[in-house]
Design a binder for this molecule. Structure first.
Ligand code: DAH
Length: 330
């Protein structure tokens, strides 16, 4: 047998033992390149074929092909085994004992105040409103002055205010968002603004220094008190899940004219649920809207009040106490 044939046989034996001693896929790939790659050992041997005679060449070619196929087969068999071993090792490492006792993770719940706010938002979004936000720290201008409540205005006494050392204040109502939103947007608009508000009230069963309101504002051409009533009626129907008798009582707010407070008949009692009215022309002027062209209505509702009524809560302080025995009921 020619020298080349012997070299090829030797190569096959050498490759077989090299492949058998490899223990990971990267090393296996290195062996493949070393033996079968373009510059590998097989190619190097075959370079000598040019010197062969015409009869020898096909014989050696046939042996070379066989050797190549054998090495390929060895490589594949080894790759299969290594892959199987890898999967087996991974499975062993990730074994899960499904008979072990689990770790209990009690489900959290939405706080009753948040779920009321969510519900109010849902209803008004259904009526075409979008949600707007303002700031809890406000200037006198946005909380009072632009809302037609200049300094010394007696209506300021209605809302005992926390003033901050820098002259700003903690907003006493979400009505400040009306001004902020109208300053930044052109009419027509329909927004609701949920948020936290602050008053220097003595805390008792029905008062808290921090509470929540949802402000409602609609501005358009030709809006009337009838639109306000229709909107609130639909809101109350969805909120309480039934058509309730509603009482619009004349009232006073500096930023609306006329103004009203709304009571609903709930479980045999009249219950005040919100303040509302037609936006005062002075408020429209303060944000650069022309009151001859645009009109609008606004309302502000107390979230705690709704929570107390809907859930029969006797003391507002329960809503803030984070007592799980209380909160788990919702
Ligand atoms: N801001 C009022 C308050 O906190 C509630 C209110 C009344 C809001 C009438 C309004 C409104 O938008 O039109 O007492």
């Amino acid at each position: 047998m020619s020298n080349l044939a012997a070299q090829l046989q030797e190569l096959q034996t050498e490759a077989a033992s090299a492949i058998a001693s490899v223990h990971d896929l990267a090393a296996l790939e290195q062996e493949r390149v070393a033996y079968l790659g373009k510059k590998g050992k097989l190619s190097q041997i075959l370079r000598g074929m040019g010197k062969l005679s015409a009869e020898e060449r096909p014989q050696i070619g046939a042996i070379a092909n066989e050797v190549k196929t054998t090495i390929q087969t060895d490589l594949e068999a080894r790759r299969d085994r290594l892959e199987q071993a890898q999967i087996a090792a991974q499975l062993a490492a990730e074994t899960l004992d499904v008979t072990m006792p689990g770790v209990a993770r009690p489900l959290g719940r939405i706080h009753p105040l948040n779920s009321i706010i969510d519900r109010v938002i849902e209803i008004f979004v259904g009526l075409g409103y979008t949600v707007a936000e303002g700031y809890e720290m406000e200037s006198d201008y946005y909380n009072f002055e632009a809302l037609n409540t200049p300094p010394e205005h007696p209506a300021r006494d209605m809302q005992d205010t926390f003033y901050l050392p820098d002259g700003n204040l903690l907003r006493t109502h979400t009505s400040s968002v009306q001004i902020r939103h109208m300053e930044q947007n052109d009419p027509p608009l329909r927004i609701i603004a949920p948020g936290r508000v602050y008053r220097r009230d003595t805390v008792d069963a029905t008062h808290s220094a921090v509470f929540h309101q949802v402000e409602i504002l609609a501005i358009d051409k030709g809006l009337t008190f009838t639109d306000l009533k229709g909107t609130l009626k639909e809101f109350v129907r969805q909120m309480f899940g039934e058509e309730l008798a509603m009482l619009f009582r004349a009232s006073y707010f500096p930023f609306t004219e006329p103004s009203a407070e709304v009571d609903v008949q709930w479980e045999g009692k009249w219950l005040e649920v919100l303040g509302c009215g037609m936006v005062d022309p002075n408020v429209l002027k303060a944000v650069g809207y022309d009151p001859e062209i645009y009109s609008g209505f606004a309302a502000g509702l107390g979230v705690e009040r709704f929570a107390m009524v809907l859930h029969h809560i006797d003391d507002i302080r329960r809503l803030y106490s984070s007592d799980l025995r209380f909160l788990n009921q919702f």
